[in-house]
Design a protein around this ligand. Structure first.
Ligand code: GTP
Ligand code: SPV
Ligand code: MN
Length: 618
C-alpha cells in the first residue's frame, strides 16, 4: 500500500545510517519526505539525536495533507491505527495503547532544574547531568529499525508574540498524527522559526513501553524535554503538558506571565456583549465540557464559544488587562460521558478527522463508550482488544479513553482563537471535583483572596493520571502535576500579577460534583452550568447581587436563574448545594495547613494571613 505512493516518495533519499555511524557530515542525516527546513541548528541537533538513536531513516514532517494521508496509511499498515468505518466515521482512526500505558504517570515525571529547590517540594527532581546520562544510555540505539520523525510545531496562534516553537523528535507515528491535530505543525513552524536556534528540543522514544524505563523529564534551563517508555498523550505529545505547562510556567516565571491549565471561553449575552472567561479545573474535571457548553433552551440569545479547552497562556496587556491565548490547535478530550445531551458540540466534532484511543470498538469499525447515547452493540471489543462481556463489571472503554480532534471541526469555535494578541479576561474560575465541602459557586473578596482560593483548591483524583483514584488531594490552580517550578514561588507569580494588571479579573470557585447523602450529584451540570456562568459574568459587570459569607460572596437562590432547570431546583436543594458545613470546613482547613507545611518556607505570607482571616471569619 505504501509503495503505491510514488508522488510522495519521488525525492526520498535512503541511506543506512548504521553504516555511517560516527561521521559528522550533515548529509548523513537520512531524508525521507519532500522538504527539509534550512535551519542549521535544527539540522545539527536532529543529526546528533539520529547518531545516538540510530533510526533507519529520518522523516521531516511538513504538515501537508498529502503527508497526513501517507502517514495514516503507514500507521494502518503497521497496525498502530485501525481504520474505522469511513461512512460512519469519515477520516477517523482507532488506537489501542499498551494496557500498562493509559494515563500520565506523575511518579515518573521529573523537573531537572539545576537546584532541587527550584523544582520545589511538589515535583520529582533529578540532578540534570545524572538524568541526561541515564537518558542517553536509554536512548542509545533505541530507534534501530525504526523511523525518526521530526515534528516542528507552534504553540500559539500564527503571528503572536507569545507563540513558541517546539521540535519533537519521536519514533511513534501515533505521536506524529496526534501532534498534527494538536498543534500547528510543519512548514508553518519552519517559517516562524527561520534561522533561529530558539526552539524547545523534545525527544520521545517509545522503547518497549516498559513502565520501569518510563521517564518524562524536563530541563527548564535548556528548554529541553526527554520522554521515554510511554506512548500516552500527556506523556508524549510534548507540546501540551510538557512544553505549554511545565516549561511554559517556568518561562512565565522568568518573563512575567502565566501558563495555566485552563479552558478559555467567550460568553455572548443577548445584547451581543462578549465576556471572556478562563477556568482551571483539574484533569478530567470538566474543562472540555464547560468550554463547549450549549446553554439551556430558555437562555435565548446567550451563546458560548470555545477558545481553548485545556491550556491558557496569560500575560498583562498594554491596556492594563490580562490577555490570554490558547496555544493549542486541537482537543485531546475524555470520551466516556460524551453524548448528544452532555456535549452536543463534541459529539458532532468527533464524527470526522478524529483519532480515538482506548474506547471500545466493533469488528466492523464502529465505536462505543460508557455514557454514549446508544446501548452497547453486540460483539464489542474492549479497550484492551478483547471481546467484551456486557455482564462483566469491566468497562468497555477505558475511563481515560480520549479523542484527538482538530479545533476547526468544533462548530462552537470562537473566531478569537486566531487573534495573535489573545482575549482580555474578566473572570477566572477555579474548581474541583468534591463530593462534599465545596459549594456550587462562590466569589473571592479580592485578588489575594482569589489566589488563596486557587492555591488551596482540592480535588478527587481521576483516571487522567495513574493511581489514587477518588482520593482528595490539594491541586492548586489545577497545576499540581504541571507547575515546572517551586509551587510557593508560583503563588508569588500569581500575587505579582496584581501589580502588573490595572483591571484585575474577578475570581470564583465552582464545584459541579457535590453529592447528596445517597451519593447522587446535587447539580445537573453540563449545559445547566450556564446558570452559574451567567451569575459569574453578571457579577463581573456589577449587575448581579450576592450575600457575604465567611468563604466569599455567594448567590442566593433568587440571584440565580433557575427557570426550566433539568430535574428542577428547590430552595432547599440549592441550600444543600451552597451549604458551608462547619465540620467539613474544619477538615478542609487542616488539609490546607498540611499542604502549606509541605511548601514551607516558600508559601507567600499573604496566603498564610488569608488562611488566618478565613479561620477567624468561620
Ligand atoms: P482533561 O482533558 O483531563 O484535562 O479533562 P477536562 O477537565 O477537560 O474534563 P472533561 O470536560 O473531559 O470532563 C471529564 C469528565 O467529567 C467526563 O466524563 C464528563 O462527562 C464529566 N463532566 C464534565 N462536566 C460535568 C458536569 O458539569 N457534571 C458532571 N456530573 N460531570 C461532568
Ligand atoms: C490532563 O490530564 O489534564 C489532560 C490529558 O488534559 S493529558 O494530555 O494526557 O495530560
Ligand atoms: Mn488537562
Amino acid at each position: 500500500m505504501i509503495q503505491n505512493k510514488p508522488s510522495f516518495e519521488k525525492n526520498v533519499e535512503r541511506h543506512s545510517l548504521r553504516k555511517k555511524n560516527g561521521s559528522k557530515s550533515l548529509d548523513q542525516i537520512l531524508l525521507f519526505g519532500q522538504n527539509v527546513p534550512s535551519n542549521k541548528s535544527l539540522k545539527e541537533w536532529v543529526q546528533q539525536v539520529a547518531l545516538l538513536t540510530l533510526p533507519d531513516c529520518v522523516f521531516w514532517c511538513d504538515g501537508s495533507e498529502e503527508e497526513k494521508e501517507y502517514l495514516n496509511e503507514r500507521a494502518v499498515a503497521q497496525g498502530v491505527l485501525i481504520k474505522l468505518d469511513q461512512k460512519k466515521w469519515p477520516g477517523c482512526y482507532y488506537h489501542h495503547s499498551n494496557p500498562n500505558d493509559v494515563a500520565r504517570v506523575e511518579q515518573k515525571t521529573f523537573i531537572c532544574s539545576e537546584r532541587k529547590e527550584e523544582a520545589g517540594p511538589t515535583n520529582n527532581w533529578a540532578e540534570p547531568q545524572e538524568m541526561y546520562s541515564k537518558l542517553e544510555e536509554i536512548l542509545r540505539g533505541s530507534m534501530k529499525g525504526r523511523t525518526l520523525y521530526v515534528i516542528t510545531y507552534l504553540m500559539g496562534p500564527i503571528g503572536s508574540s507569545m507563540t513558541r516553537v517546539g521540535v519533537e523528535i519521536t519514533d511513534s507515528i501515533y505521536v506524529v498524527l496526534n501532534m498534527r491535530i494538536m498543534t500547528r505543525m510543519g512548514k508553518v513552524a519552519w517559517n516562524h522559526l527561520g534561522d533561529s536556534s530558539n526552539f524547545n528540543r523534545g525527544i520521545h522514544a517509545l522503547l518497549d513501553c516498559n513502565p520501569e524505563r518510563r521517564f518524562i523529564c524536563h530541563f527548564p534551563q535548556d528548554n529541553t524535554i526527554i520522554s521515554v517508555g510511554s506512548g500516552y498523550g500527556g506523556n508524549v505529545l510534548l507540546g501540551k503538558k510538557c512544553l505549554a505547562l511545565r516549561i511554559g510556567s517556568d518561562l512565565g516565571r522568568r518573563e512575567g506571565w502565566l501558563a495555566e491549565h485552563m479552558l478559555l471561553l467567550c460568553l455572548e449575552d443577548p445584547q451581543g456583549k462578549k465576556t471572556y472567561v478562563a477556568a482551571a479545573f483539574p484533569s478530567s474535571c470538566g474543562k472540555t465540557n464547560f468550554a463547549m457548553m450549549i446553554p439551556p433552551a430558555n437562555f435565548e440569545g446567550w451563546k458560548v464559544t470555545t477558545i481553548g479547552d485545556d491550556i491558557a497562556w496569560m500575560r498583562p496587556g498594554e491596556d492594563g488587562r490580562l490577555y490570554a491565548i490558547n496555544p493549542e490547535a486541537g482537543y485531546f478530550g475524555v470520551v466516556p460521558g460524551t453524548n448528544e445531551s452532555s456535549n452536543w458540540n463534541a459529539m458532532s466534532m468527533i464524527k470526522k478527522d478524529t483519532i480515538f484511543t482506548n474506547v471500545a470498538r466493533t469488528p466492523d469499525g464502529d465505536l462505543w463508550w460508557e455514557g454514549k447515547d446508544n446501548a452497547p452493540p453486540l460483539g464489542l471489543i474492549d479497550w484492551k482488544g478483547d471481546l467484551w462481556d456486557p455482564l462483566s463489571a469491566e468497562k468497555a472503554a477505558h475511563p481515560n479513553s480520549r479523542f484527538t480532534a482538530p479545533m476547526k471541526n468544533n462548530s462552537a469555535l470562537a473566531e478569537e482563537v486566531y487573534w495573535p494578541e489573545g482575549v482580555p479576561i474578566s473572570a477566572i474560575i477555579f474548581g474541583g471535583r468534591r463530593a462534599n465541602t465545596m459549594p456550587l459557586v462562590f466569589q473571592a473578596f479580592d485578588w489575594i483572596h482569589g489566589v488563596y482560593m486557587g492555591a488551596t483548591a482540592g480535588s478527587e483524583m481521576t483516571a487522567a493520571a495513574a493511581g489514587g483514584l477518588g482520593q482528595v488531594r490539594r491541586d492548586p490552580m489545577a497545576m499540581l502535576p504541571f507547575c515546572g517550578y517551586n509551587m510557593g514561588k508560583y503563588f508569588d507569580r500569581w500575587l505579582q500579577m496584581q501589580y502588573q494588571i490595572k483591571e484585575l479579573p474577578s475570581i470564583f470557585h465552582v464545584n459541579w460534583f457535590r453529592k447528596d447523602d445517597e451519593g447522587n450529584f446535587l447539580w445537573p451540570g453540563f449545559g445547566e452550568n450556564m446558570r452559574v456562568l451567567q451569575w459569574i459574568v453578571e457579577r463581573c459587570q456589577g449587575s448581579a447581587s450576592a450575600l457575604e459569607t465567611p468563604i466569599g460572596w455567594m448567590p442566593s437562590y433568587e440571584d440565580m436563574n433557575m427557570d426550566g432547570i433539568a430535574g428542577g431546583m428547590t430552595a432547599e436543594r440549592f441550600a444543600a448545594l451552597q451549604k458551608i458545613d462547619p465540620a467539613e470546613w474544619k477538615q478542609e482547613l487542616i488539609l490546607q495547613e498540611e499542604f502549606f507545611m509541605k511548601l514551607y518556607p516558600d508559601v507567600p505570607k499573604e496566603l498564610i494571613s488569608q488562611r488566618e482571616l478565613l479561620i477567624s471569619r468561620l
